[in-house]
Design a binder for this molecule. Structure first.
Ligand code: SF4
Ligand code: SF4
Length: 368
């Protein structure tokens, strides 16, 4: 007897879109208005968050900006949110890690001074700043992730030991990832110094000696003392280079450059694998806020003010680090980032993040 039952069609699992909430704000001139908007946006999504409870160590991860920069997120904008969260847990703090390049923020002493001068002193916010990878950025913890580039990643211990995190990022362009938002703040911003270096390796510049005129501009701008001039030619000390790309911008002879095609892809993929490590270390107890305002070509690590490349949009919030960055790219217009850095496709970070299941780029935008 023949079996006439139909063979069932293979099931294709379509992941649901992640929710991204958006509080629009076009006028960023009043700190008070911004502060109220941030708190109101937070209170809209708070019923969905169950991991900020009494006694928990809750890190607010953000960046204070380099000395001379002005685009960073101002403490006055967060005062209402901080006051509100302090009522939930007395162990609330601001977390940041040291930079790889040798400016003031490369050690905890200088870093705390910048934090204070940019409005993030204890007397101003009422909560302490913890430099989560220690005095010199050496305090990291290995987190196993099994990515394409890394089996384990090195995340700042202070981040790993937190119970949960609120990751607050300023959306900008970036000379190596094309776009900097949540994934960059997580991946690069929560790594120990060694972890940062491992992400940057592979994005080092090369000097074409025939083109080099020995002017020394690259040497003067290098934050890592990685360039010397010998016999009127620039010499790169690869062990010191952090791949920031500053030298490539100032060279008028086109003698020093990064091979972007291959390296910027790898850099973004590595950064995203580090972001995965942070999410894993915190057992997904993280919520993300993107400030989509004063969107500049470069990130706040540049010690200068820059003209925005796009209009201000508002504040995005999500529990999915991939969806919030994809939504932020779309809201600004991805072409703005591609115009700023034509050789970099910022969608690489979204695609790789989806591949390693850090989150999903498909999102539902809900205006609040
Ligand atoms: S990329 Fe250039 S400026 Fe940056 S650390 Fe390396 S050599 Fe110095
Ligand atoms: S800026 Fe360019 S030309 Fe001048 S020393 Fe550096 S590599 Fe050579």
């Amino acid at each position: 007897m023949q079996n006439h039952s139909k063979k069932s069609a293979p099931q294709i699992k379509i992941p649901p879109p992640s929710k991204v909430f958006l509080k629009r704000l076009s006028d960023w001139s009043s700190d008070q208005k911004i502060n109220e908007t941030v708190l109101s946006a937070w209170q809209n999504i708070e019923p969905l968050i169950d991991f900020i409870t009494a006694g928990n160590f809750v890190a607010i991860k953000l960046t204070f900006g380099e000395e001379g920069a002005s685009g960073y997120i101002k403490s006055a904008w967060l005062s209402g949110l901080i006051k509100h969260l302090k009522e939930k847990t007395e162990n609330l703090f601001i977390a940041e890690t040291n930079t790889l390049y040798r400016e003031k923020r490369s050690n905890a002493v200088g870093h705390l001074q910048i934090a204070s001068s940019h409005g993030y002193g204890l007397e101003r916010t009422g909560i302490p700043v913890i430099i989560a990878d220690g005095l010199l950025g050496r305090d990291g913890q290995n987190i196993s992730i099994r990515g394409d580039h890394f089996e384990t990643v090195k995340i700042a211990r202070g981040i790993c030991e937190s119970d949960s995190m609120i990751c607050i990022s300023h959306v900008t362009g970036h000379m190596q990832s094309g776009f900097a938002g949540t994934l960059k703040n997580l991946g690069m911003g929560c790594a120990s110094r060694q972890g940062k270096l491992l992400q940057h390796s592979g994005t080092l510049p090369e000097v074409t000696l025939e083109k080099c005129v020995g002017c020394g501009a690259c040497m003067r701008v290098c934050p890592a003392n990685a360039i010397g001039i010998k016999k009127k030619k620039a010499i790169l000390v690869k062990e010191r280079c952090i791949g920031c790309g500053e030298c490539t911008v100032v060279c008028r002879s086109g003698a020093i450059d990064i091979k972007y095609d291959e390296n910027v892809v790898k850099f973004q993929e590595k950064m995203v694998e580090y972001a995965m490590g942070v999410k894993k270390a915190l057992n997904s107890r993280v919520v993300y806020l993107n400030f989509i305002e004063h969107v500049t070509k470069n990130c706040d690590c540049m010690s200068k003010d820059e003209t925005p490349i796009a209009p201000d949009i508002g504040i995005a919030l999500s529990s999915d680090p991939v969806a919030i960055d994809k939504a932020s790219m779309d809201l600004v217009g991805i072409e703005k980032f591609k115009e700023a850095f034509p050789e970099i496709d910022p969608l690489t970070q979204i695609k790789h993040a989806e591949k390693i299941k850090l989150g999903i780029g498909q999102y539902e935008l809900l205006e609040i």
